[in-house]
Design a protein around this ligand. Structure first.
Ligand code: KG4
Ligand code: ZN
Length: 337
């Protein structure tokens, strides 16, 4: 089955062609980074308008790259939520309308299910069941995954998402948006001995996270120790280290609690090298399997959407003629396949 995937939930416009037999055939991502950079964050209305400009050319590009025709497509998968409503509506409307015109089935994909299944695009994919740590700009969740659509939320952030905390702290340090990768780069110059940041919510039971306190801690440290270049690098190091240690402690707890032996991490923050290194070390020590998406599939892309949609379409699921986008959408509401 050949599936066209469409992703427009935030500030990346992306398309992909995934085939159930041949795997990923092509994918394109256009990042709106420059458009939003001067505002220090995503401006929803600008994002929606830019998706409208880019979506058709990007669909044409994946079709041309593979030398296939639109009529070869067996189904269309579009991100229907969660995300920015106006941005989601672009992909939803285009995807649903194209499916109608081509007389093919359409499937609404949950963006976080896309992230969660991104490691499946790997030549050596993880096997169910596993624990998933989803860490993106909008979500931080630990999930027990029995199979596709069989998700049990074990814990989540009670305030800022991990990526959001990275971005806000980076902004404070004068780094450009999105700050996560820039902060990680600056942290390499940091002195590990200078500051110790707290590990939020690790001193009590449970698998929830809280990152907004770390951001405030960074602000006070900056205020009290001056804002020279070395101090900023030292704060970046201490912040990243605290996030990494907190995630590691919660992952260890989730593995112990579930008794599972496979851990996957996905979402934009899963590109973080220090976090990967820490989880690799932990997995090696315990004899666990740990999987991450390939780098290009950590941040937003349509390959993961086409993959997730393909699994659901193959299981016979599809949408009716009506369509909707959802800014909020609990992952646990998804049907199993
Ligand atoms: O999954 P994603 O592309 O978009 C959402 O669905 O939110 O995640 C984007 C987030 C941003 O907050 C970005 O700063 C963060 O992922 N990010 C990183 C790194 N690369 C991206 N955070 C820390 N270290 C990185 N290397
Ligand atoms: Zn995402």
């Amino acid at each position: 089955m050949l599936v066209l995937g469409i992703e427009t939930s935030c500030d990346e416009t992306a398309t992909a062609l995934y085939d159930s037999e041949r795997g990923l055939l092509a994918h394109e991502v256009y990042s709106q980074l420059e458009l939003h950079a001067e505002y220090g964050g995503v401006v929803p209305e600008l994002a929606s308008r830019d998706h409208i400009r880019k979506i058709s050319p990007l669909i044409r590009q994946v079709i041309e790259k593979t030398k296939l025709a639109l009529t070869d497509v067996d189904g269309i998968a579009y991100t229907a939520g969660p995300g920015l409503l106006g941005a989601l509506l672009v992909g939803t409307t285009v995807g649903r309308s194209m499916a109608f015109a081509l007389e093919k089935p359409a499937i609404a994909v949950h963006h976080m299910e896309g992230h969660l299944l991104a490691p499946m695009l790997d030549p050596n994919p993880p096997e169910f069941p596993f624990v998933a740590l989803l860490v993106s700009g909008g979500h931080t969740q630990l999930i027990r995954v029995q199979g596709i659509g069989q998700y049990e939320l074990l814990g989540e952030s009670v305030d800022d998402a991990a990526g959001e905390a990275f971005d806000k702290t980076a902004k404070m340090l004068g780094l450009p948006y999105p700050g996560g990768p820039a902060l990680a780069e600056l942290a390499k110059q940091g002195n590990p001995q200078r500051f110790t940041f707290p590990r939020p919510m690790t001193d009590r039971p449970g698998l929830d996270f809280s990152f907004s306190g770390l951001k405030t801690f960074a602000l006070y440290t900056l205020r009290d120790h001056g804002d020279d270049a070395q101090t900023k690098a030292d704060i970046a190091y201490a912040f990243e280290h605290a996030v990494v240690e907190t995630m590691f402690i919660k992952c260890r707890r989730a593995m112990e609690q579930t008794g599972l032996t496979t851990l996957i991490m996905a979402g934009g923050v899963s590109a973080n090298q220090r976090l990967r290194a820490r989880l690799d070390e932990f997995a090696k020590q315990k004899g666990y399997q740990v999987h991450y998406p390939q780098n290009e599939f950590c941040t937003d892309n349509a390959a993961m959407i086409a993959y997730a949609g393909c699994q659901r379409l193959m299981a016979g699921q599809h949408e009716g003629l009506e369509f909707a986008s959802r800014a909020r959408w609990p992952l646990e509401e998804l049907p199993a396949i």
